[in-house]
Design a protein around this ligand. Structure first.
Ligand code: JFZ
Length: 434
């Protein structure tokens, strides 16, 4: 009798467990792994493909600025003979980034790795060589974490119902998802990405259920891989209960200050994601302020470049990235491995903290007083410009006033390090005074 009852209950437990498998996330990326990702703070995004032969936007210009048949034929002449993975990763390393994310497949469906799933890949170009593989290897060699961008929509795949050329079909999402799983499996087992950056989740054929199933599938292949939040439906910008993925992905803007949910802003060095001739480039000051304000909001910056069709990165972009890296060589201790606060970033400064130190990244050279409130129970031991002089300060009952000099050590962005007698990482948010 009990035996029968037991197997009856066991059967229902089995049913429920299996039903849940399709609608809930089974294993999530560990907090330790996500914290590790957030410690990196700065990554390089690379949007690249045969479209660089035209200089129009990757994916989006298909059937628009570039006729569809022409766009889909570009791969036949894609021959980036000057591509050198070691040089790209060296550029990344000189920029001070800790990870690199390559568009293995964008909305146009072209695969930058020799996928066995279709004939629209790098293998069928005159170039032939595996670009994703070469970058994965170069990253490993040079100590940069290798990550992969992969869109869940594919305007080229005949099983995908939308083709951005006015000719939509019913498609076959079951087959499409099968192909996608095979592609993800190839990427994970061949290149071992640290993080997967999904995209394209807003189109109708992609559902929350497929997203959850894909998350579970990936976690079975590699429980450690970090996944952005564009695998489920809903907003990129913030995290919610329904988010499928580990962190939020505000795009072309610095995310809002958030000590609770992890986030990474993706922002282009010029305007277009993929290469465009004469695309206006951001000033060094804007680049550094963007990075500092991102860290000062408790997020990562995934800074994007678009290499040219011959395989080179534009020299002016290499130079700009190197300038950021030179700044980070001196001020990186105020960015990497920090957490934001206790002040929220604004147009004057950003603030980050680590152990006993609060860092203030100063965006304006304003001599005179900088006033902050006294932090109850904590005492300032010293205040110093990184690679610069000590800054005199005076503490009254309620305030600390720093006497900033006329000339700052770095005209682009100086960093004031304020060292306390105890840990400051849990101090709650403070208002800057005056
Ligand atoms: C997406 C991509 O479409 C874009 O090409 C780039 O790869 C970026 C990192 O991510 O950006 C979007 C996302 C959503 C919309 C437009 C661009 N949208 O909903 O219109």
């Amino acid at each position: 009798m009990y035996k029968k009852l037991f197997s009856f209950i066991a059967f229902f437990v089995f049913l429920i467990a299996n039903a849940q498998q399709s609608s809930t996330i089974n294993v999530r990326t560990s907090k330790a792994q996500i914290d590790d990702f957030m410690d990196q703070r700065f990554g390089l995004f690379i949007h690249w493909g045969p479209v660089s032969l035209r200089g129009t936007e990757i994916g989006w210009s298909r059937s628009h600025q570039v006729n569809q048949v022409e766009y889909d034929s570009l791969y036949k002449e894609f021959n980036p003979v000057l591509f050198n993975a070691d040089n790209w990763v060296k550029t990344a390393k000189n920029a001070g980034v800790k990870y690199l994310t390559i568009t293995a497949k964008h909305h146009d469906g072209f695969c930058l790795w020799p996928s066995a799933t279709n004939n629209y890949t790098i293998q069928y170009t005159p170039f032939k060589k595996d670009i994703v593989g070469a970058l994965a290897m170069a990253c490993k060699k040079q100590g940069i974490k290798f990550c992969v961008y992969f869109t869940v929509l594919d305007w080229h795949d005949e099983n995908y119902p939308i083709h951005n050329n006015g000719k939509d079909t019913n498609g076959n999402m079951v087959e499409f998802v099968k192909t996608m799983k095979k592609q993800i499996q190839e990427i994970i087992s061949n290149y071992h990405p640290y993080m997967l950056w999904f995209d394209g989740n807003w189109e109708k054929p992609w559902t929350q259920e497929i997203g959850i199933d894909m998350y579970n599938y990936i976690k079975k292949l590699d429980p450690k891989v970090v996944i952005n939040n564009r695998l489920g439906k809903g907003t990129h910008k913030t995290m919610s209960e329904a988010s499928v993925g580990d962190y939020a992905t505000p795009e072309q803007e610095i995310g809002s200050f958030n000590l609770k949910d992890p986030w990474e802003s993706c922002i282009t060095i010029c305007n277009q994601w993929s290469w465009k001739p004469n695309d206006p480039m951001k000033s060094l000051k804007t680049c550094i302020q963007t990075l500092a304000s991102t860290a000062g909001g408790n997020g990562n910056l995934l800074f994007n470049i678009g290499p040219m069709s011959d395989g080179r990165i534009e020299q002016r972009q290499i130079t700009r990235l190197k300038e950021m890296g030179d700044w980070l060589k001196i001020y990186g201790e105020s960015i990497y491995g920090t957490r934001a606060g206790p002040f929220k970033p604004d147009s004057i400064l950003a603030s980050t903290r680590k152990r006993n130190t609060i860092y203030l990244q100063l965006f304006k050279m304003q001599s005179g007083d900088l006033k902050i409130p006294v932090i109850p129970g904590l005492k300032i031991l010293k205040a110093n410009f990184i690679k610069g002089d000590a800054v005199p300060f005076e503490q009254t009952n309620n305030n600390v006033v720093f006497d900033l000099p006329k000339k700052f050590p770095n005209a682009t962005c100086s960093v004031l390090a304020i060292e306390f007698n105890a840990d400051v990482t849990t101090v709650s948010i403070l208002e800057k005074l005056k």
